[in-house]
Design a protein around this ligand. Structure first.
Ligand code: DX5
Ligand code: ZN
Length: 222
């Protein structure tokens, strides 16, 4: 697992299955794999931290059985600590939780440690209104930082340009091997902006899944 992440190409594309056809989930996942994806992004929403409700533990477990892609799991939920073990057991390879969902910095550290204890890569995410300096102290502990470039909750929203300016700030304070991921409104143009600012992982939902050629869409992000 560690090797598989470290030897990935320079920019990791993580297609968000939120925009896939859920009635054909396996074929939608296979389709992005055949189009070149190595990761899939799984958006978990609880109806509390964000207004929407999406995927839970049983679905992640089924996805794990049906693909060998890296399961890049984005927890948009309250009380993430409570769900680290179930999602780890279900087969998540990366668990990214929201900084804003933790009560204090102790809880942030505990959540990162718990993810690692479960043998999973740990990601920390910030919403558009959260300032990057709030998470500098956690960057050396994490494997991935996810900068939201839309308000979390829904696919298909417009990229918030101001959020992209957090990328160089985070990069400046991050250890060299930290994966800097962006999520929300990513297409070939906004993806290029994020890459040029230092992002090395792009999540894209509607841009890939609403296109008529997944391979072309993924390649245009590389
Ligand atoms: C939004 C989710 C995203 C979403 C992105 O809360 O975290 O992963 O799927 O969708 P697009 O790429 O359509 O903005
Ligand atoms: Zn996401």
């Amino acid at each position: 697992m560690y090797d598989r992440i470290e030897y990935m190409e320079k920019v990791i594309i993580s297609p968000s299955i939120l925009s896939a056809d859920f009635s054909n989930l396996k074929s939608e996942i296979d389709a992005v794999k055949n189009a070149g994806a190595k990761w899939i992004h799984i958006d978990v929403m609880d109806g509390h931290f964000v207004p929407n409700i999406t995927i839970g533990v049983p679905v992640v477990k089924s996805i794990k059985k049906s693909t060998d892609l890296i399961l890049d799991t984005h927890l948009m939920i309250e009380n993430p600590k409570k769900y680290i073990e179930p999602f780890s057991k279900a087969g998540a390879d990366i668990l990214t939780f929201h900084y804003e969902a933790c009560k204090n910095s102790e809880e942030v550290k505990e959540t990162i440690n718990l993810i690692k204890k479960n043998g999973v890569k740990a990601g920390i995410s910030i919403k558009p209104k959260t300032q990057p300096e709030e998470i500098y102290e956690f960057l050396p502990l994490a494997d991935l930082v996810l900068i939201m470039t839309v308000e979390p909750g829904f696919g298909g929203q417009e990229f918030i340009h101001d959020c992209a300016m957090k990328i160089p700030q985070i990069k400046e304070h991050a250890p060299e091997n930290l994966i800097i991921q962006v999520d929300g409104g990513i297409n070939n143009l906004t993806g290029k902006i994020c890459k040029s600012l230092g992002a090395n992982s792009l999540v894209a939902g509607s841009y890939i899944y609403k296109s008529d050629n997944y391979k072309k869409a993924i390649e245009s992000l590389l």
